[in-house]
Design a protein around this ligand. Structure first.
Ligand code: SF4
Ligand code: SF4
Ligand code: SF4
Length: 216
């Protein structure tokens, strides 16, 4: 079993994101999914502050490949696997029966129903096509090219350089201490930088926005 530090995680910086949705489009195009299918990566827009001092905060999120993977625990057919080798959580289309249990168990609504009546979600771009399972053919891109050598498409196509992905031990070194601390306290899900609200910064009352409180 790979060490936890070798497990892949996402990093997101709302200060760099310009809310362009290129990551969402890139994901859907690369995986050749119907334009009307639910997105595996979504960008939502949130307002912070009180008029006229209002800031818009875009949040780009996908499956977080959770350390504890609640979706895996409820799947009755063991179609969902958190891979020991790299921590990527996959759905095996051969085993999925489309019961939606994983969608209900996921705190973030990451698994989507559709794609031929089965569940699917972000698979960190291993293999090709929706819901590629652990035995994806071709092999996971970063296994072909070496860990860290190839980035997922949403990362490569991000206009603002706001998303990163890679082994936890590498990604966390590039994060701020605040982001690293929160990552440790949220079950190792996703590393998110605090939002630096330029208005609030004047009086030192910066809000910390995360995927978990963005809608507050
Ligand atoms: S974000 Fe949801 S679908 Fe992804 S690993 Fe966590 S519980 Fe599973
Ligand atoms: S890593 Fe790949 S599958 Fe996951 S959201 Fe990004 S582009 Fe989509
Ligand atoms: S592509 Fe990058 S900058 Fe554009 S919405 Fe997605 S995360 Fe934000």
């Amino acid at each position: 079993m790979a060490a936890e530090g070798d497990h892949w995680v996402f990093y997101f910086d709302p200060n760099r994101c310009i809310g362009c949705h290129a990551c969402t489009v890139s994901c859907k195009q690369y995986h050749d999914r119907e334009s009307g299918a639910d997105d595996w990566r979504t960008v939502t827009h949130h307002e912070k502050g009180t008029f006229p001092d209002v800031s818009e905060v875009p949040i780009s999120m996908s499956c977080m490949h959770c350390h504890d993977a609640p979706c895996e625990k409820v799947c009755p057919t063991n179609a969902i696997e958190k891979r020991e080798s790299d921590g990527i959580v996959t759905i095996d289309r051969e085993k999925c029966i489309g019961c939606k249990y994983c969608g209900w168990a996921c705190p973030f609504g990451a698994p989507t129903y559709g794609d031929e009546g089965l569940m699917s979600k972000c698979n960190m771009c291993i293999g090709q096509g929706p819901g590629s399972g652990a035995d994806a053919d071709p092999a996971p891109k970063h296994e072909q090219d070496g860990i860290g050598a190839v980035q997922p498409n949403c990362v490569s196509d991000c206009v603002g350089d706001a998303i990163k992905a890679g082994p936890q031990s590498e990604v966390i070194q590039e994060a701020s201490q605040a982001a690293a601390n929160r990552f440790k306290s949220n079950n190792g899900r996703v590393i998110v930088e605090p939002f630096e609200d330029s208005t609030a910064a004047v009086d030192g009352t910066n809000d910390v926005i995360t995927p978990f409180n963005a809608g507050d």
